[in-house]
Design a protein around this ligand. Structure first.
Ligand code: PEP
Ligand code: MN
Length: 273
């Protein structure tokens, strides 16, 4: 948890949390972890909340084994969604921050159980939640310090259906001025298509977000969930480069590209640079 802790304690760093919608195989995760653009904060779904039961539900316990093995080899902090208190015990060994998905923001009994574990949380906005309801959900984490709670704007349901969700950057501006929490944006689930992720990311940065949660995949078209919105690793690299340039305007640093914070997976690349 040392990377995440540094980010939570910092005031001016911007984090890129990247990884696949779902952990699919060791090979897939290895390709991601080995890529130079991937920093120390990695996301990946193990128990998936899918709209239909006949679609890929995540690897479950075998996904946990994959992350456990890769953690011996690569130095990264792992963020994954928890959807049921029964997953807490098994997820605890590989999770550095629990993600609470949009469907579970209102699941107060789940929030109370997670609170007992005293681990940082990334609380996604319910897709029809008001800002007050979202902050109300955050207040369930009474065992956590304010800087251990990250709010994640991931778009809300609107009257329009052109995009997957409506990205509410107003909420980011509001929360940065009126709440004590870090706020990150998930441009992937907001926009629903990879071709819109870059612009949404840059706009989020300019709105004052503290980071981005972005779906990336070595071969997006082969992804078992959310394939349309996943960036390839090359696309993600390009995005990171622009993010880095934009951050200099705001006197902020890109957390994941801080050499000291890079995992050993990237050490060689950066020491040779
Ligand atoms: C996810 O991050 O993979 C996810 C399911 O997100 P959300 O809960 O925002 O739909
Ligand atoms: Mn997804």
């Amino acid at each position: 948890m040392r990377h995440l802790r540094k980010f939570l304690d910092s005031n001016n760093s911007f984090a890129l949390m990247a990884g696949p919608c779902s952990v699919e195989s060791e090979h897939q995760m290895r390709d991601i972890l080995e890529h130079p653009s991937i920093g120390a904060l990695v996301r990946g779904g193990i128990f998936k909340m899918r709209t239909r039961p006949d679609t890929f539900q995540g690897l479950g316990e075998s996904g946990i084994e994959i992350i456990k093995e890769l953690k011996k080899e690569f130095d990264f902090d792992f963020i994954t969604e928890i959807s049921d208190p029964r997953q807490l015990e098994v997820l605890d060994s590989v999770t550095d921050m629990y993600q609470i998905g949009t469907r579970n923001m209102y699941n107060y009994e789940l929030l109370k159980e997670i609170n007992k574990y005293e681990k940082p949380v990334l609380l996604k906005r319910g897709f029809s939640a008001t800002i007050d309801e979202w902050l109300g959900a955050a207040s369930y984490f009474s065992n956590l310090k304010n800087n251990e709670i990250i709010l994640c704007e991931r778009g809300v349901r609107s009257f329009d259906n052109k995009l997957r969700n409506m990205l509410d950057l107003g909420s980011v501006i509001y929360l940065k001025k009126n709440s004590p929490y870090k706020v990150v944006v998930d441009p992937s689930h907001s926009m629903g298509h990879a071709k819109y992720v870059r612009e949404a990311s840059y706009a989020a940065l300019c709105a004052g977000a503290d980071g981005l949660l972005i779906e990336t995949h070595p071969t997006p078209q082969a992804a078992l969930s959310d394939k349309d919105q996943a960036l390839s690793l090359e696309e993600f690299q390009e995005l990171s480069n622009t993010v880095k340039e934009l951050l200099s305007v705001f006197n902020k640093e890109l957390f994941t590209h801080n050499q000291d914070l890079l995992g050993k997976n990237n050490k060689e690349l950066y020491t040779n640079a």
